[in-house]
Design a protein around this ligand. Structure first.
Ligand SMILES: NC(=O)c1ccc[n+]([C@@H]2O[C@H](COP(=O)([O-])OP(=O)(O)OC[C@H]3O[C@@H](n4cnc5c(N)ncnc54)[C@H](OP(=O)(O)O)[C@@H]3O)[C@@H](O)[C@H]2O)c1
Length: 295
């Protein structure tokens, strides 16, 4: 039996529906990562729970000698998963990891080489969603997006997404190519894109908004675990604080798809259940008062 989950459009124009909660795979490949066997167990637990979107990047790895680690891991997990056709993989290009640092490299030549390497690491002929990891201050955004538009025309990628962008950058990119998604930091503690109107703009234009760090990030997750109100509401319901925080996020907009990370199967199984948690009017009012969107 595989779990079913509420779905959301991965950008209305794509015709692709994915689970309302995706899996962010980054923690499976950074320093301190679990063994390959354990990481595959986490991915399979996510699929079993109904997660049908996995988010990765060529740079989810330890350093430049390890590029593609996370994509190869996902390919290995999918090879052993009978329902693999139902899983959508979104990856990214546009960063490098010299000595373990995170550095932008958004020039067209790099993006093309990175995309070719991702195709190989994932073992596919075309990447369903290819996201520009971040705008590179040294490369005009139009050049980076233009490179992705070329790759799309050539059939190497099916859809283009952006990450770490603001409204103005989204508008500039959309003038160059069809953009189907934005991936930015968003959680009950990081509400910037709710305030700026970026989330609303995505909803109005039919773009998916992939929320990264949705429980506060690998360090900030402690806040989600310890916040007084989240704890009170979670205890009253008999669920985790993480589930309450993710349910709040899902209610902010139909375009939001949180992509919580996990190194333990139990984390993603718990997070996945947030898709089915409906907040009561009272819970919603108390959370909205404690975590206001309007300043
Ligand atoms: N585009 C970008 O620039 C960018 C930047 C950062 C992240 N991302 C993407 O977004 C994803 C998510 O962000 P993130 O991993 O940084 O932060 P996050 O999802 O906010 O936090 C991840 C950590 O929270 C814990 N966690 C999550 N759900 C939990 C639950 N239900 N119960 C208990 N613990 C839970 C996990 O712990 P355990 O390890 O103990 O399982 C995990 O290590 C990444 O994996 C990546 O795919 C993208």
């Amino acid at each position: 039996m595989h779990g079913a989950m509420k779905t959301r459009a991965l950008g209305v124009s794509t015709g692709i529906s994915v689970s309302a909660i995706g899996l962010g795979c980054m923690p499976l490949s950074l320093e301190g990562r679990p063994s390959k066997r354990e990481a595959i167990r986490v991915l399979h637990a996510a699929f079993e729970a109904g997660v049908s979107l996995v988010d990765t990047a060529d740079v989810y790895c330890i350093d430049d000698n390890d590029i593609g680690h996370n994509e190869r891991l996902i390919a290995a997990a999918l090879a052993k998963w009978p329902g693999r056709a139902k899983i959508t993989v979104a990856t990214k290009g546009g960063l490098v990891r010299p000595g373990g640092a995170w550095i932008c490299r958004g020039n067209p030549r790099h993006l093309r080489a990175a995309c070719e390497a991702s195709l190989k690491a994932l073992g596919v002929d075309a990447i369903t969603l290819y996201q520009l990891h971040a705008p590179d201050d040294d490369v005009p955004l139009e050049e980076s997006v233009g490179a992705l538009a070329d790759l799309r025309r050539e059939g190497k990628i099916q859809h283009i997404g952006l990450s770490n962008v603001g409204l103005a950058e989204l508008r500039r990119a959309r003038a160059m190519a069809p953009i189907v998604s934005v991936q930015n930091r968003l959680s009950i503690f990081d509400r910037q894109d709710l305030r700026s109107g970026l989330v609303d703009a995505c909803a109005a234009e039919g773009l998916a908004y992939l929320a990264y760090g949705p429980v506060g990030g690998m360090k900030g997750k402690v806040r989600t675990a310890q916040d007084g109100l989240l704890r009170e509401l979670a205890e009253a319901r008999g669920v985790s604080t993480f589930r309450i925080a993710l349910a709040w996020l899902l209610e902010r907009s139909p375009s939001i798809i949180p992509i919580p990370g996990a190194t333990r199967a139990a984390s993603i199984v718990d997070s996945a259940a947030a898709a089915d948690l409906e907040l009561t009017g009272d819970e919603r009012a108390r959370l909205d008062a404690a975590f206001p969107v309007e300043v």
